[in-house]
Write a protein that binds this ligand. Structure first.
Ligand SMILES: Cc1ncc(COP(=O)(O)O)c(C=O)c1O
Length: 459
């Protein structure tokens, strides 16, 4: 039906008339033209104007296995024909949910053997935060309620997730539930490089410990952090940071929640970012690459001490979703994990990431506006700066990044701009030739940005 009428419909006009988009300034959107994505294949997207676009972001960091994977469609169809839906409340379960829970427990770092399913990363975060507080209530410490997050952290868009995250605009617009605080992110480049990277990692972790001392460990439920801060600009912590956070959380008896909604299932070259950075979490939130984004599903991996408390002591946990453990979503996740394992996408992310960064260095190191190229596995960032030597950012943060993002779009490449940091996270199936194409398009877009910046922006 849609195919038959698609040529006759003005999709842009209809979209403007009826569709409210997430994280969008609608006035600005309506002043331009919304892009209508009509199809996808491998690492490429197609739009209604006939463009073939290289997706350097894997959708929203999620399409690990690439677009148009028949196996995932078949897994959904088969499960829909058998059992399209049933809930997991009221002493019921379904086979795909059980099989997936077992498989995730097997893949997870040691000591995380239970899984709570939801539909989105935000819901997984919400679940983790509620579990942390219920855990301490049950342990006779109901005053342990405060959650420590970090500036530039992103933990989703429910009220609790927005409050845990460190996005100032979200806090301003009602993401300000009580009992959340933020400390500085481990953003070495942004800090200006006044210390060595290793020293800075310890310094940033110390801010967490100082905050705990200030507020009192007896009032703090959990620390939540992404192994690397994706939406905050792919902020990759120094190697010294996470081991210190492990120590601090243990010493002060605070639960450690690793938000792996982006890093889970291979992105950093290991199955979990916790493996890559040596994190020892009590809970891990995952979503996105779990189904390669083909269908909404998230999984909270729960460590033994929290799970045992819920199983043996809490009684009923008054929390859950109509679609928790949705059989179709779980069947797709199982098929997606088959692809990830069979095609060795986790190790491949590590290998291809090195190749991608090497090529980016070759293409961009001489550009006076490129302050840093960083990455781990197939996720990374390019810092655009006003002055390379001193790492000075542009005065009006975000303008140059937007400019560069628009040039990328014009060159049929999707990259994301966070302030003036260009971030990338392509599908894990990206080939060497496609990496060459990505690098060529990024280099061209940054060159075009530089030419424009020289004329228009005050350095
Ligand atoms: C680290 C992290 N946590 C949570 C979320 C929220 O996930 P969702 O958009 O599926 O609710 C995101 C989304 O990008 C994320 O990056």
């Amino acid at each position: 039906m849609l195919d038959e009428i698609s040529g006759l419909v003005d999709w842009q006009k209809l979209d403007a008339a009826h569709h409210l988009h997430p994280f969008t300034d609608h006035k600005a959107l309506h002043a331009g033209r919304v892009r209508v994505i009509t199809g996808g294949d491998g690492v490429f997207l197609y739009d209604s104007d006939g463009h073939k676009i290289l997706d350097g972001m894997a959708g929203l960091w999620c399409v690990a296995a690439g677009y148009s994977r028949r196996e995932l469609v078949d897994a959904a169809t088969t499960q829909m024909l058998k059992l399209p839906y049933y809930n997991t409340f009221f002493k019921t379960t379904n086979q795909p949910a059980v099989a997936l829970a077992q498989r995730l427990a097997h893949l997870a770092p040691p000591g995380l053997n239970h899984v709570f399913f939801a539909c989105s990363g935000s819901e997984a975060v919400d679940t983790a935060l509620r579990m942390a507080r219920v855990y301490w209530q049950t342990k006779g410490k109901p005053e342990k309620k405060i959650v420590i997050g970090r500036e530039y952290g992103y933990h989703g868009s429910t009220t609790l997730g927005a409050s845990a995250g460190g996005m100032a605009d979200m806090h301003r617009q009602a993401g300000d539930a009580p009992n959340f605080v933020q400390v500085m992110p481990p953003y070495w480049f942004g800090f200006g490089g006044q210390m060595s990277e290793a020293e800075f990692g310890i310094y940033a972790a110390k801010q967490v410990e100082d905050k705990i001392k200030e507020l009192g460990a007896n009032n703090i439920a959990a620390f939540i952090g992404e192994p690397l801060q994706g939406a905050g600009g792919v902020i990759i912590p120094p190697e010294t940071y996470w081991p210190e956070i492990n120590r601090i959380c243990k010493q002060h008896d605070i639960l450690l929640i690793a938000d792996e909604v982006i890093t889970g299932y291979g992105r950093t070259g290991n199955m979990f970012g916790s493996d890559t950075f040596g994190i020892e979490p009590d809970m891990i939130t995952t979503a996105k690459a779990l189904t390669s984004g083909y269908i909404p599903l998230s999984a909270l991996l729960v460590g033994d001490r929290v799970a045992a408390t819920f199983i043996n002591e809490v009684g009923e946990f008054y929390h859950g979703f109509t679609y928790s453990g949705h059989p179709v979503a779980c069947a797709v996740a199982l098929a997606n994990l088959d692809i990830i394992e069979r095609e060795g996408l986790v190790a491949r992310a590590g290998r291809m990431g090195v190749l991608l960064r090497d090529k980016l260095h070759d293409a961009l190191d001489d550009n006076p506006m490129v302050g840093e190229i960083r990455g781990v596995g197939l996720i990374g960032a390019i810092e655009l700066v006003a002055e390379k030597r001193t790492r000075r950012f542009f005065d009006k943060r975000g303008r140059v990044g937007q400019m560069c993002r628009d040039f990328c779009f014009g060159n049929d490449l999707i990259m994301r701009a966070v302030r003036d940091t260009m971030v990338f996270s392509p599908p894990l199936i990206i080939s060497e030739l496609e990496i060459d194409l990505l690098v060529a398009r990024v280099a061209l877009s940054i060159e075009q940005t530089y030419e424009k910046v020289k004329k228009e922006v005050r350095f």
